[in-house]
Design a protein around this ligand. Structure first.
Ligand SMILES: [Zn+2]
Length: 102
């Protein structure tokens, strides 16, 4: 759990995974109304997960997500370019800690 709201947690992981702070992206992925997705992004801004809104442009995303354990944070990740075979390859640098979280 990242927050006390499971739906917000899902939204945070999607945004962190895709590195895309966009309400239309979130609305599509979660099959929720655009306005609900925009509220999630505002809640993320309060938590420092995304930057402020700039009109209709996507927001800056300030966190990453581990594709193995789901950890969301700013530090302790290695990042490879995503590719079409393996998907998102961002993972914890500390494999033991990552394994314990799975
Ligand atoms: Zn991990």
């Amino acid at each position: 759990m990242i927050t006390d709201d499971p739906d917000l947690d899902v939204a945070i992981r999607l945004v962190a995974d895709a590195r895309l702070g966009s309400a239309s992206f979130l609305a599509r992925q979660m099959k929720i109304p655009f306005a609900a997705a925009a509220v999630f992004l505002d809640q993320m801004e309060v938590r420092g997960i995304v930057g402020p809104a700039h009109g209709s442009r996507a927001r800056e995303v300030r966190v990453r997500a581990c594709h193995r354990c789901g950890r969301v944070g700013t530090r302790g990740f290695y990042v490879r370019e995503p590719d079409w075979v393996t998907g998102n390859r961002t993972a914890c640098r500390n494999h033991d800690a990552c394994d314990r979280r799975r």
